[in-house]
Design a protein around this ligand. Sequence first.
Ligand code: FES
Length: 497
Amino acid sequence: MPKSLDAAIGRIEAAEALDRPAYVLGKAISRTGQLAGRPGKSVANTLHGRPYGHPVHPLIVAIPIGTWTLAFGLDLLAATGLVRQRSTIRAADVALAAGSIGAVAAITTGLADWLSLNGRDKRVGLVHGTVNIATLALNLWSGRLRRQERRAAGVAVSAVAYATMTVGGYLGGHLVYRRRAAVDHADRSPAPREFTAVATFVDLPENKPHRVAVWDEVARAEIGIALVRQGGEVHAMGARCAHAGGPLDEGWVLNGTLVCPWHGSAFDLRTGQPATGPATCPQPRYEVRLRDGIVELRREQEPGDHVVTSASLAAEPDAVRVSRPDTFPGQDAEAPPPRTATEVLYEHHELMRRMFERMLASSGADAQRHELMRALAAELDIHEVVEDAIFYPAVRRVSEDTEVAYAEHGVLADLLAQTVKFPLDSPEFGAHLTALQAAFLHHAGSEEKSMFKEAGRLSERRLLELGADLERLLEREHTSRARQAFRALKISLLEHV
Ligand code: FES
């Protein structure tokens, strides 16, 4: 964000003068909802998006933004003389009117969400809403001018409205992407993957939340869990509220739900689903079992999670069941003994570590150093190809590290593309080469520390097959003239474009 915009939004965030109007408006809306009773609550839940499991405001704002953009574009075409048909000009007016209807819905849903913002976010939200209401008013005025056949004035007013809409959108984006308003705040760690003892049953109070914590080694963070004992049963859900991170373990139990003390979202104890908003998505849930008076729990994984558990490993056909075979299919008696995939990749890591050292130990911009850099670039590219094509797809079922590893390949490729553009004797080249080495050492080191160990969950036969596949592909990438030419062209383009 440019500094001037940052400063402008900072001034809004610090504007205490906005607190009084925000307080009065907030109270007026809340009181109306309270007087409306149960129907008022249902309307509020719908405006938040609870029935859809997703905030509804971001979906609805697409209507005015889209239709007003269409109207602006058609007006522009008409004003520049590119379009002269009456029907096209009328279409701009219809789009403008449709956007105004959508804006009423967007402002209503936005107001519902704004009520549960606090402090600086409430101030920015107030300005965001005011700017959007001003935009709607301008567009309504523009529509009126157009109906009175004062088209030029109408188009000018809606052009101003388009500018204010952009300001309103920017502030809305700041609230969501910078300040994390209306995003999921629950801890969705997959830990614990297996049943883990967390409490003694008799120590749990009846019908009151009790906090326990487990450690997530991957995120290196403590994950809070709220336990609620009811009779002989124990319910468990994430202690950090999905709405804005409130402490559910400090809430209370009411009508089979656990209520958040911050904004009153109520989560069903059995399903974790929000019975009442402003939260729209369910809390993380945990399976609970009692063993000898000890409460054990494990995370109920969610659709789309990529988590390796003992159950998923048991269902894995390539998991450890077969030891190293005496003979390997296709093994030549004279050939060196077959190597596992991790042995092959470890050797490739070592090769590149040495290449980086040689490159960093040299200096200047002579042809030999240029060749060495090109060889290093080619080897990095080959490394990405072989891991992406063979190793990661094979170990994905036994290791959760592959997603980050794919992303790290992207970082290495980006850094390489930046590095080779600089002259070899420039300080920029040296700085980027050092950064590229650090990125590679991190990538290779974390693979060796974690993913290669987890790959040992595959049978040794499978690791040997993968090793053979990797060696074949490495051989092809190093010797195929077509592959070499393609790679040389790619590096050349990176250097000069
Ligand atoms: S933090 Fe808002 S309802 Fe929990």
